[in-house]
Ligand binder design. Sequence first.
Ligand SMILES: *Cc1c(COP(=O)(O)O)cnc(C)c1O
Length: 399
Amino acid sequence: MKTTDYIERSESSILHTYNRYQIVLEKGEGVYLYDVDDKKYLDFAAGIAVNALGYHHPVYTKTLQDQAARLTHISNLYYNTPMMEAGEKVLKASGMARVFFTNSGAEAIEGALKAAKKYAFRRDGHAGHSIIAMEHSFHGRTVGALSVTGNAHYREPFEPLMGGVRFAKFNDPDSVRSLVDDTVCAVILETIQGEGGIYPADQKFLEDLRSLCDEHDILLILDEIQCGMGRTGHPFAWQEYGVQPDIMTCAKALGNGIPVGAFVLGEKASSASLEPGDHGTTYGGNPLACAAVSAVFDIYEQEQIIGHVRKLAPYLEEQLEALIRDYPCIKARRGKGFMQGLVVEDHPVSAIINRALENGLLIISAGTNVLRLVPPLIIERQHIDEMIEKLRMSLDQTL
Ligand SMILES: *Cc1c(COP(=O)(O)O)cnc(C)c1O
């Protein structure tokens, strides 16, 4: 069958909610993907910051195979050992107190919001609390997560959403402060805004939010779904800032491709929020998902993945900075570690991305005019060189 036939067949059954790139991917090896015609692509998208260990990692694959043969699902009515192990590893990496495993990022956000509401309910003895979120944020597509997503285009058709959400300006402490009153139970933000266009939080902004939240007994929720799991050269991006959240959300690279997320609570939030009966999930944290999480942490440790990111990121940044000098339409670079964005002006990023695709390079966009680079964390120097070469070729052909 031809690629166009596969695409036509897919479109006749799958609800059209994505304008997909016109390729059909079949297999992966390391940092490369192959389509059904065996065309090879260098992957700097990683399934949107998911496949940190690339494709067909031997230890990861073997772990999933073994776990699938043993047990994939039992429900949360019983204990299972992969969940115990995965839980311990999340807490060791984060220094936090308790974790709840979900099936996705959006579900992790839902859980975090519920935990914050319950915390305030127990604090005040009544419901009706509000939440401060950020403009240009992205937290997911379910109704609760959408309610705190600062993009009117995503939200509008689905109004009314969850009430009591106020939007502040990212990196503007005063704009957050001006929205605080005694109804607020949480401030939620991405440590580095991803979908919105790769905007890292300022050091002072996070520090101010931490003290503002402490002053008013408000929970600070940091969404680490995209920027966490080593992508910035730290297990979680907030660790570089030294500002610990009360609740953190995690997903994407957490399972390296198995659908799994988590919300992770510090001592205060875990001891005074959700209680038995308050929250649940049928699949969340099942043995297969948790075996994946556990393997991811083990492999990170064995292969020193985070140290590798730290060591190689300056080289990536250097190469991207050189593009700013050589191409007038590339105005700026933003990001940390292996979460980088290039700001493009006067040319549609989609044209560059499509050209890159033809040249065998997968990159994606963020916001309206940002080229986003979120490669597998296992890339080596030669992959950065190959990416730059293909990106330069694509830019030369597009502009
Ligand atoms: C991807 C993402 C989500 C949503 O995760 P899903 O698994 O798609 O539900 C939430 N927050 C951030 C920062 C994300 O990047």
